[in-house]
Design a protein around this ligand. Structure first.
Ligand code: DAT
Ligand code: MG
Length: 136
């Protein structure tokens, strides 16, 4: 069993896509073991995206992710990291396959609805950042 951090980003919440995203996760057979609606503070957002600190889009990304409530959850299941990344689709929604969350609901790379940890290492770091003591 594996755990991963999933975010329904502020654009997904604003567009009332929370149920849609959760349905896809559940129907795939993954379990949601922690979840809440929250607005990120700038420090947490910067830490979450620290690998992108040198990128030109970093400040805009931090503003976007702190710009409204998001849904944070820990998702558990067989190869959950890879399974969620496959459900989400490619980072750039225009390149994301139809049938994926991004491929079905987004067009802009920043406002791409959903986040999923990119490795078990990232998942452990991100779950600690968002849910503290919850073990990976
Ligand atoms: P992913 O979310 O698929 O793991 P990432 O870690 O490379 O993608 O980037 C994190 C987020 O940053 C991504 O979901 C959207 C935004 N982003 C990535 N590349 C971008 C770009 N070229 N311009 C604007 N935003 C970008
Ligand atoms: Mg990433």
């Amino acid at each position: 069993m594996e755990r991963t951090l999933v975010l329904i980003k502020p654009d997904g919440v604003r567009r009332n896509l929370v149920g849609e995203v959760i349905s896809r996760i559940e129907r795939r057979g993954l379990d949601i073991i922690a979840m809440d609606l929250r607005t990120l503070d700038t420090e947490t957002a910067k830490t979450h995206y620290e690998e992108h600190a040198a990128r030109p889009f970093y400040n805009s990304l931090v503003e976007f992710i702190t710009g409204g409530p998001l849904v944070a959850m820990v998702v558990e299941g067989e190869r959950a990291v890879e399974a969620v990344r496959a459900l989400a689709g490619a980072t750039d929604p225009v390149s994301a396959a139809p049938g994926t969350i991004r491929g079905d609901y987004a067009l802009e790379v920043q406002e791409n609805i959903v986040h999923g940890s990119d490795s078990t290492y990232s998942a452990e770091r991100e779950i600690k950042l968002f849910f503290g003591d919850l073990a990976v």
